[in-house]
Design a protein around this ligand. Structure first.
Ligand code: AMP
Length: 118
């Protein structure tokens, strides 16, 4: 049996969320602690802990995540101004929830992505 995660409970609706999209491969819901006017998490329905755990057979779901990000950005009216897609991986990436997820963040100027080392 696949291990349950916080996000798999949202996917199967045993945990409430502000869900904005769901299909056979992916689910999208609003981040509970938004960092910008639009902050949506797009997750594969299958529990994939991190980017490092993606299997070749997940390729369709990974592509679907990007396609859904494009569509949701248009729905949220942030596509024209632009937005950021973020996937954190493990400790150095500061991944908090061990269920692969892509942040769709926008609705304001997000500044530079990372502080340069020099
Ligand atoms: P990360 O640091 O990339 O693992 O991001 C985890 C994200 O999940 C954070 O932005 C949290 O605010 C968000 N989060 C945690 N619990 C929930 C929840 N129950 N519903 C929606 N978003 C959540």
């Amino acid at each position: 049996m696949t291990e349950e995660t916080l996000f798999s409970k949202i996917i199967d609706k045993t945990l409430p969320s502000d869900m904005v999209y769901q299909d056979d491969l992916v689910t999208a819901f609003r981040d509970i602690n938004p960092a910008a006017p639009t902050h949506i998490l797009i997750v594969p329905n299958r529990v994939i802990p991190t980017v490092d755990d993606i299997e070749d057979s997940d390729e369709l779901a990974m592509g679907r995540m990007l396609r859904v990000a494009r569509d949701l950005a248009r729905q949220e009216n942030i596509a024209e101004d632009g937005y950021r897609l973020i996937i954190n991986c493990r400790d150095h990436g500061r991944q908090e929830v061990p269920h692969l997820h892509m942040h769709l963040v926008g609705g304001k100027d997000l500044g530079f992505m990372l502080r340069r080392e020099s």
